[in-house]
Each structure stands twice: as structure tokens, then as C-alpha cells.
Design a protein around this ligand. Structure first.
Ligand code: PGA
Length: 237
């Protein structure tokens, strides 16, 4: 089953999110070939969890603790019952909010211990450092982690919010590296790899045809329900 995730980032208020969901329900028939995950603002999660129908929901981030004096944060514990997934370690969080690998690791543990599923984002800033960065990010995230399955979204930073996605060769290389590194750290861990970074309806087919890519994390192209429905429909074929 392909996993197609819409990361709306800091866009769409609860009313707009709800209208989008209604439109998407009209444009898509879901089946066992694809799971569609919507990641709206925290503010829309409560309402969307009531209206979601067959769509899954994700939070875009969570705190490193269940509760406490962390002004402005939202914990994974507070999301239980609202979301299925939590995106962790997105490059915007790593770069703009200085999230270290250790913080990302703490968030993964929080998500897991609350019975939710992390979507771990990894990716290099520059082409030449792919192996070094993936090795470091994945090692800190997965070593001695009590978990049987992990979704890893490969999102090279240079392709996020950019004009073009990474090349198929580069994505293939990342798929191989991620499996290699993950199996060194946790032999029995089942890893599902998504790709993210300038995905739209024109490159969806090519990217999903890359061996080992089992889904997509879509930013800008997910902000329009019709465009996003096209992507999902291509993924269902
Ligand atoms: P983009 O964002 O599709 O707009 O490049 C992807 C992401 O940040 O997950």
C-alpha cells in the first residue's frame, strides 16, 4: 500500500482545512492501494478528526515530553485519539528551529510511547554529503529503539520548496543507503521509504516507479485539493 502524505505546513486555517477535506472526499475514492494522510495545522486536528472519514491524519511536529513547562509546545500525548502519525525531524524544523538529531530522537520516542507512528524525515543539504548525513541522522534516530517498523521520508533539503525534485538516480541511491544503514543498526526493523521534495502531478509517476519508494510527502502541491487528488490517483494505478 502506498502512503501519500500532504504536509500543509503553516497553511490553511481550520475552516479552510475542513473545506479542503470535503472537496477531497468528492474527488477521491480510496481503496486498499493507497493510504492518504493529511497533516494540517494543530488547530484543525480536532475538527478534522471528526470529519476525516477514511483519511488518516498526521501532526507536523510534537514536543519532547508528554506534559510540562514547555510554553507553546504540543505533546504527542495530547494528540492521542486525533492523529495516527506524527512527522518528526522535517528539515524546516531541523534548520529553522535548530532541532538536533538528539531532539528528533526524543520526539520519535515520544510518538512511539504514545502509540502513534512517526514519519521520520531525513536528507542532506548538499548532494555530496548524502552518505554522511543519512548515516548520522538514521543512527541517532534508530539505535536501540524499541520499534518494529519505521517510515522514513527521504527529503533532500535542496529539493524541498525548490523548482525540481531530486533525480531518480539520487533517490535510488538514498533508498539503498537508508536500507543499508537501517539494517546495520536494527536488523529486523521493517523500513518503508517515502520521497519528499518538489513532488507534483508531473513527477509522481516517475518517482513512485523508483524501486523501493513506497510513498510521497507532498508540500506545495498538496495545498490544492484538485492537484493533490491527481497525485493520489496517479499513485493508485
Ligand atoms: P515541497 O515540500 O513539496 O513543497 O517541496 C515538501 C516537504 O517539505 O515535505
Amino acid at each position: 500500500m502506498k502512503l501519500i502524505v500532504a504536509n500543509w505546513k503553516m497553511n490553511l486555517n481550520p475552516e479552510q482545512a475542513s473545506e479542503y477535506l470535503a472537496q477531497l472526499k468528492g474527488e477521491l475514492v480510496l481503496d486498499e492501494k493507497v493510504e492518504v494522510v493529511l497533516a494540517p495545522t494543530f488547530l484543525a486536528l480536532d475538527r478534522m478528526s471528526k470529519e476525516r472519514g477514511e483519511f488518516s491524519l498526521a501532526a507536523q511536529n510534537c514536543a519532547t515530553l508528554d506534559s510540562g513547562a514547555l510554553t507553546g509546545e504540543v505533546s504527542a500525548e495530547q494528540m492521542v485519539g486525533l492523529v495516527d502519525y506524527v512527522i518528526v525531524g522535517h528539515s524546516e524544523r531541523r534548520m529553522l528551529f535548530d532541532e538536533s538529531d538528539a531532539v528528533v530522537r526524543a520526539k520519535i520516542e515520544e510518538v512511539l510511547h504514545n502509540g502513534l507512528k512517526p514519519i521520520l524525515c531525513v536528507g542532506e543539504r548538499n548532494l555530496g554529503e548524502i552518505e554522511e548525513v543519512l548515516r548520522r541522522q538514521i543512527t541517532v534516530a534508530l539505535t536501540d529503539l524499541n520499534c518494529k517498523e519505521m517510515i522514513i521520508a527521504y527529503e533532500p533539503v535542496y529539493a524541498v520548496g525548490a523548482a525540481e525534485s531530486a533525480s531518480s538516480d539520487q533517490i535510488s541511491r538514498a533508498v539503498n543507503l537508508i536500507h543499508e544503514i537501517a539494517s546495520e543498526i536494527a536488523e529486523d526493523l521493517k523500513v518503508k521509504i517515502l520521497y519528499g521534495g518538489s513532488v507534483d502531478e508531473t513527477n509522481t509517476e516517475e518517482i513512485l516507479n523508483i524501486q523501493g519508494i513506497e510513498g510521497l510527502l507532498v508540500g506545495r502541491a498538496s495545498l490544492n485539493a484538485t492537484k493533490f487528488a491527481k497525485i493520489v490517483n496517479i499513485a493508485r494505478v
